[in-house]
Design a protein around this ligand. Sequence first.
Ligand code: FIX
Ligand code: ZN
Length: 440
Amino acid sequence: MNRMSTQSLEQSAAAGAEPLKSPQISTVVRDELQDVPIIDVHTHLFMPSLGKLGLWGIDELLTYHYLEAEIFRFSGIQPEEYWRLTKREQADLIWRTLFLENAPISEATRGVAYVMRELGFEISESGLREAREFFAQQDLGSHIGRVFAMAGISEAVMTNDPLDPEEGSLWEGGATPDSRFRAVLRLDRILNKWDQHWQALLAKGYKVEQGLGGATLAEVRRFLADWCARMKPVYMACSLPDTFQFPEESVRGTLLQGGVIPSCREHDLPLSLMIGVRYQVNPKIRLAGDAVGKADLRSLEHLCAQFPENRFLTSVLSRENQHELCVYARKFANLMPFGCWWFLNNPSIVEEVTRERLEMLGASFIPQHSDARVLEQVIYKWRNTRRTLGPILTNTFQLLAEDGAIVTRVQIRDTIQRLFRTNFERFAAPAQVSVQKSAS
Ligand code: FIX
Ligand code: ZN
């Protein structure tokens, strides 16, 4: 290799273009992962103007449905009895049972232990009391800034339901936008529960019919247009059961084909499909009662092939569907796999899924989202993602170096920026997502 002059070596080193030696790669990957301002592409967080919908603080962290699923395994309490407790009493029970009487070794309990430590509290009786006192003194606006900085995220993409009576009226009343949050038009009530919600559209002046006759599809598209104008969403979204099929002679099939999909094209929005939920297999434990099922991804194949002008941002819930999702993403550039969703967001599975995506898709996918329902969860969910992905990306670039290519900091930085920012910015509604220059 021809020797570069000292000055150009220094310049290239400064610019990050200097070839890295294998042992340097892990440090560069760790640093660039730490520095990338991540866009969290799917959460259940809410901007402050949506009020009480936004959950934060230690009692909400402790009563997260992931932990509620665990409390019923460790404590003898029956769901009916648990639901009669106050939120504080529920949190006290979970804290005592899952954190004090037992080691918090599950992904969800360890995550809360990490947040407590990062905020300066012990895993002890007094720690919970002190944490409650701390949160009681916080101003939400500045607290969000602190938490986003700790998590290393620049924006959180929300899940917004226009047919939720409380949320819908806040938006109709003119909820103030917050540049740290992006809106999403969530369509589960329309696509999955039309028979329960079509009258809500009718009541709002949209001439829809339960049987989808008359002007229903045009009126659904008008409803979506009105909410796109109001929310300025970065995508439309829907979770779908493991039994989802497309095409399908069904209400959902018709609403997708004649309503949602053309509307996404009209507004230049991706449609996020989150496929594989077996809803409420145990309704007694409420939000914790959903499970997972392997889906028939030929539905996705048909959608991507039939609607090449549409973009499909897709997460599948079953581990058994992950490899075929990668194969489909190789067939269809309008398919963007994202995240290790819900029951997959555990290091053992994140590692397997991320490796096969890198091997089959290079950096053309979105590795993770937090699915956070409580603000401070992003602190542990993104720390865990960085910790799990660091060695994987290091190995990826070490293999590249071993196989003869020059690996540089710039290459690593650009790859990480693409994975955690620009893939989403380019795939989502470009007009809505400010394409911020990546941190230099
Ligand atoms: O449909 C969804 O957005 C799911 O992520 C949620 O319904 C689920 O309860 C969840 O929060 C998983 O992490
Ligand atoms: Zn979610």
